[in-house]
Design a protein around this ligand. Sequence first.
Ligand code: MG
Length: 381
Amino acid sequence: MYRRDFIKVSAAAAAAAALSPALASCGGFAGGKKRVGKGGPLKMSYYPYVVELQHTFTISGFSRDTTTVLLVEIEYDGVTGYGEAALPPYMVGQTLETASAFLDKVDLSQFSDPFEMDEILGYVDSLAEGMSCPKCGIDIALHDLVGKLLGKPLYKIWGFNAAKTPDTSFTIGMDTKEVIIQKTKEAEPYNILKVKLGSTEADDKMIVETIREVTDKPIVVDANQGWKDKRYALDMICWLAERGIRFVEQPMPKTVYDEMAWVTENSPLPTIADESCQRLVDIRKLYGVFTGINIKLLKCTGLREAHRMVEAARALGMMLMIGCTTETSCAISAMAQLAPVVDFADLDGNLLITNDCFSGMKIVNGKITLNDLPGIGVTKL
Ligand code: MG
């Protein structure tokens, strides 16, 4: 057997253990011993990239025209995995400088088996509190690498059915009436609209009524913590329920639990935790407070933890949503690998930018459409 083929075979056996404990326990590999490839140490590199937005993007509290991302690459035996760490301004404390300083501390050369993902990502997570964005960049690149070494897309390795992906929503930020009309028309190819609310009552109602003048498509609302009073939040949700809105994301500030539980209990619409739900550990305290959670790779440090959050939320009977920020098709395609097992997806971040440097998951007739490329399913442009 050629060395390269040996590595592929041993990689497949090791990956069964790394990616699916269930598979490994089903009597996976001969002799019960994991064989390790000889591809040498992992090599990581990264560089910044400025993503340009089509429109100035305004949500409750922030406005921006660009997002800086760090593109991460992990190389092993001549194969390169791609990852992305977007740095949107609301990820407090995670700037180009602090994220780069974190990545400079990471020494992956101590690892010579990319399939020891628990060990590698556990080490990365232990290097500093927070820093979820650069951790996510490493996690995505490692998953892409492992999928490429196996020659399979992650969703297939995880056993998901690509036909079960949902439609994605297309986001319309806060804006003037004229721009909202224009953006709603531009959203013609998409079947669901996501609307950013959370400013004044007059502006919030103007935005929804303006969109309703143009289309009767389903709308979901993201208030981005904008409604501070529980009775006001519930009144807004009741008003929205009469206008064909499907659910409301993060109506109230992220640490308001008792009031939020009261809103959810009385709400005619499902409520989804976004800013309140960062990592796996948060889910326990959100049960009974929100109907569901919005998982984002940037918040939870990447695909490994996102996959665990899917399982935890499912076990609790909570609704599952996946989201993104404005980023390239690298991070979007990574998140899309989990799309077959979620209730709702908001994966339009790459559609809102003008200089995507990856090609990956496509939206076809409004639906998330996964390809057969290995790993996260991207090609660098
Ligand atoms: Mg949100």
